[in-house]
Each structure stands twice: as C-alpha cells, then as structure tokens.
Design a protein around this ligand. Structure first.
Ligand SMILES: C[S@@+](CC[C@H](N)C(=O)[O-])C[C@H]1O[C@@H](n2cnc3c(N)ncnc32)[C@H](O)[C@@H]1O
Length: 242
C-alpha cells in the first residue's frame, strides 16, 4: 500500500470534517454578494445530494482503485461525500481538486490538506492534466455566456473542439464548456457525474452537449430532479440533471 493510499485510510473523523466543511461553506457564502456568486457560479451542492450521486458513481465504477477529480471543488462537498461513502472494497489512490476562487481555495486547503488530496488553485479551463482520473463528479459553475468575454469564448471553443471534435455555440454557459474540457482528464472506463441545469435538453445550444453524451461517451443515466423539491436553499433551480 503506497503512502498516498495510507493517508486516505487514516481519516477517521470524517463526519466532523464534513460538519466543518458545511460551516465553512456557509461562512464564505454569507460574506459574498449574491450577484458575485451568480457571476462565478458559486452555489454549493447540499451534502445529501452529493452523497447520493457519489454513491451511485461508486457502484458503477468497475475499477475499485479510485482516482478522483473534482475540478471546481468549492469547499469539497463531493470529496467529502466520497470519503463518507468509501467502503472496504474500494480504495482511493489519488484525489485532486481545482478551485479558482482564493476564498474557497484557502479554506478548502486548510480543511482537507492533511487528507491526501492534491489541491490546485487555478482556472480548470486552462490547466493541462498531469494524469487521468476514473471518477469525476462535480457541480460545475452555472455561469451564463453573457459573463464570458469574447476572448474566453474563443479560447474555450477552440480547445474543446480540438479535444472532442464538438463545436459549442457561443450561447452555451460555462458548465457546458466544463463538460467538454473535462474529456481529456478521463481515464478509459471513467465514471463521470454532472450535476447541471437541465436547460441544455430544451435549447438549441444544448444540442452539442447532447451529441457529446450520445457519441463521445456512454450515457448511463439522466436523472431529472423536480425543481419543486430543490435541495438548494440559495440557488434558483429550474431542474438539474445528473
Ligand atoms: C457550483 S459551485 C460547486 C462547488 C462544489 N463542487 C460543490 O458542488 O459544492 C462551482 C465552483 O466552481 C468554481 N469555479 C468557477 N469557475 C472556475 C474555473 N474556471 N476553474 C475552477 N473553478 C471554478 C467556483 O468558484 C465554485 O466554487
């Protein structure tokens, strides 16, 4: 057993870490202006939802040696759910989290640094992967295209086209770019879980994402949540898809 694996196994106080994470998330959110959070897509996933999705991802994963990526980690709710859900049949070999916002990043690094996860402060869309991952689960930033500059859009469109052959429309929100750009981070047989707004299923710019899900990967399941039962206390949710 490598040193990395040993460290993941030594985390015994995981429920109190989850409680600290929740409080930290609430504290940072309350200091931020809601408009600013909207602009950067900063609405955290409730833990129960993260756990439901993560457990399902673990069931689907045939390789029980886990390399986990949460590429817009926030306070690390999916990582926390993973640590809470892991059983003796699986082991985490590596875990990586990426976060652009220093406020979330610094607190997340404080909380999780000793757990064995590698944390990278930066823009996921610009980072070149050093390795591939077999479990990728996240809630990507739901940022409308109006907030992306023309230069950002051109960069994103060019890179994802190169990677997947798929051309997104300039009207697509940042979460669509996150899905396509994550492709090059996936190991063969990787399981991916995306908690995203369901609007891509109903609008023209969503066709490219539908094509990606049908042609570039093996689509296992779409779960559409009822907006009336939204677990998000602070985000306006039309409905989400995983
Ligand atoms: C919807 S939140 C989700 C956070 C966490 N994964 C969760 O589910 O609670 C999206 C996160 O992505 C971060 N983010 C936005 N743009 C990013 C980028 N280009 N690279 C990395 N992180 C980014 C935001 O700061 C925010 O923490």
């Amino acid at each position: 057993m490598g040193a990395q694996n040993k460290r993941f196994r030594e985390i015994r106080n995981i429920s109190s870490l989850e409680e600290s994470r929740r409080l930290m998330q609430e504290a940072i959110d309350s200091e931020k202006d809601i408009e600013e959070r909207r602009k950067h897509g900063q609405f955290s996933t409730p833990f129960v939802l993260a756990q439901e999705i993560t457990k399902y991802g673990l069931e689907l994963l045939s390789d029980k040696k886990i390399s986990f990526l949460e590429h817009c980690i926030g306070s690390g709710v999916f990582y926390s759910a993973l640590l809470n859900s892991i059983n003796s049949f699986c082991c985490i070999q590596t875990a990586t989290g990426i976060e652009i916002d220093p406020a979330y990043f610094d607190c997340t690094a404080n909380l999780w640094n000793d757990s064995g996860i590698e944390l990278i402060k930066g823009d996921f869309t610009r980072i070149i992967p050093k390795q591939k991952y077999n479990l990728v689960i996240t809630n990507p930033p739901y940022v409308r295209h109006h907030y992306l500059t023309q230069d950002e859009k051109l960069y994103l469109l060019e890179h994802e086209k190169k990677e997947t052959g798929i051309a997104l429309s300039g009207l697509a929100g940042l979460y669509c770019h996150f899905i396509l750009l994550a492709h090059k981070w996936l190991a063969p047989g990787a399981v991916c879980g995306w908690l995203i707004p369901s609007e891509f299923m109903d609008v023209n710019y969503g066709n490219a994402i539908k094509n990606y899900l049908l042609q570039n990967v093996h689509l296992l399941r779409i779960h559409r949540y009822n907006p009336e039962n939204s677990l998000f206390s602070d985000a306006l949710v039309s409905s989400c898809v995983v």
